[in-house]
Design a protein around this ligand. Structure first.
Ligand code: SF4
Length: 433
């Protein structure tokens, strides 16, 4: 069977799709790069914003138009609105989040041996999901009730995967050629809290770094209240990427209280200060919501001032959108949509400036880049793109396509959303994609 895998939204959705890729291959099926080639589509949907939900529906319609006969839909949108998804033309099966870990064996009506018993050569998912980083799910669900968040509604209570299982997955990915491991979850920082003998994410990271050797490991989004300053001692190990994504959501204490966020601007600032002291050159990126119910002009000014003070290396700015089933959707004080959008635009301009300043500070430095994208270039053969450990996007030219390999690069200029550089030395052997 020809299978097309697709996901929208968070890294966790991506890691689940990568897991399905391994299982379908293990079962002898072929992954294809385009919808017209596919017999089956498995789509991992998102519902975090109205835009993500509409994008999910759009992907189903596209598959229908492309003639895909079997459309299986899982993820947050299909969990929150199963009936309406089931009614969409071409949808043959809806798998809610609580059953998604068994999606492939249930669909194929077979039992699959644990992956690590027969690791397959790492073959990235064909088409646009051609990645070098292996995203590993360590935890699902969340016990917090941030009032704007529909994910906690769609994914249920927090549940951590055992360390042994996580390490087996990572070992298999490394055996298959992955150069960077990304740990992810709905609420990554709560890993281990639900164990009989509670543990902390710090314990898991230490165990992984002690038991496995890998070029790089990155942690995805971390809620600030899960981290104590000594968490940053982990970065004495240079394999850990100097990148922390710490969702702020608002810089106003009053707005944060209405969001039921377990932090304050003062606590957040102290954590960022501790991180910058212990991890030189660390990139701090964040998520911010503009136009949350009740957000007065004054509260928004507080947010702007705080965001400027934090000088983020990057940010996702979301225009608040009501999500059915969340407490915020029932709150008074709705901010007019045009005003929400104006506030988002102002925050995007502000964070683009601080991100540009962060990039500019690296001009002239020599950095290590993991190459992950390429296109032919008339002038010199190939235009490569890749990432540094501190999440700088770098472009450089090369006579040959380099993929899933590291090279040293001299950074020469800043461009929108990235940096230009010159490769210091080409690898002795070029691993072709
Ligand atoms: S911590 Fe808050 S925002 Fe994050 S998943 Fe949980 S409820 Fe949602």
């Amino acid at each position: 069977m020809n299978v097309y895998l697709d996901s929208i939204g968070c890294r966790l959705n991506q890691s689940e799709i990568e897991g399905y890729a391994r299982q379908f291959r293990q079962a002898g099926h072929t992954l294809v790069a385009t919808l017209p080639e596919a017999d089956l589509l498995v789509l991992n949907t998102c519902a975090v914003t109205a835009a993500a939900a509409s994008d999910s529906r759009q992907r189903i319609r596209q598959a229908r138009r492309a003639g895909v006969s079997d459309i299986v839909v899982t993820g947050c949108l299909s969990t929150l609105e199963p009936e309406s998804i089931q009614r969409m033309a071409g949808v043959t099966r809806v798998v809610p989040n609580r059953d998604k870990d068994r999606l492939v064996p249930d669909l194929l009506q077979i039992e699959l041996p644990p992956y690590e018993l027969e690791p397959l050569e790492r073959q990235p998912i064909p088409g646009e999901r051609h990645r070098t980083r292996a995203t590993i799910k360590v935890q699902d669900g969340c016990e917090n009730k941030c009032t704007f968040c529909v994910t906690t509604v769609a994914r249920g209570e927090s549940r951590s995967r055992p360390a042994a299982e996580i390490i087996a997955d990572i070992r298999a990915e490394l055996a298959g050629g992955a150069q960077e491991i990304v740990l992810t979850g709905v609420h990554l920082g709560s890993w281990g809290y639900d164990f009989e003998r509670p543990a902390h994410l710090k314990d898991l990271v230490m165990q992984i770094l002690a038991e496995l050797d890998m070029p790089r490991m990155r942690l995805s989004s971390l809620e600030p209240w899960d981290l104590a300053p000594d968490f940053f001692d982990l970065w004495q190990d240079e394999r850990l990427c100097r990148h922390l994504h710490l969702p702020l959501q608002s810089g106003s204490a009053a707005t944060l209280r209405r969001m039921a966020r377990k932090t304050s601007p003062r606590q957040y600032a102290a954590l960022v200060r501790a991180a910058r002291q212990r991890i030189p050159g660390v990139a701090i990126t964040t998520d911010i919501i503009a136009g949350f119910p009740g957000e007065s002009e004054r509260e928004f000014e507080e947010t702007q001032a705080f965001v400027a003070q934090m000088a983020f290396a990057g940010a996702h700015v979301f225009t608040y959108s009501e999500r059915a089933g969340t407490a915020a959707a029932r709150m008074a004080g709705s901010v007019p949509l045009a005003e929400r959008k104006a506030r988002s635009a102002a925050l995007r301009r502000l964070t683009a400036q601080t991100a540009a300043a962060y990039r500019q500070a690296h001009i002239g430095q020599e950095v290590n880049v993991l190459w992950e994208g390429m296109q032919t270039d008339s002038e010199s053969g190939w235009q490569l793109t890749g990432l540094t450990d501190n999440y700088l996007r770098v472009m450089a030219r090369a006579p040959q396509p380099i993929w899933n390999q590291f090279t040293a690069v001299q950074l020469t200029a800043s461009i929108p959303d990235g940096l230009l550089g010159e490769i210091c030395h080409l690898p002795d052997t070029i691993r072709l994609a």
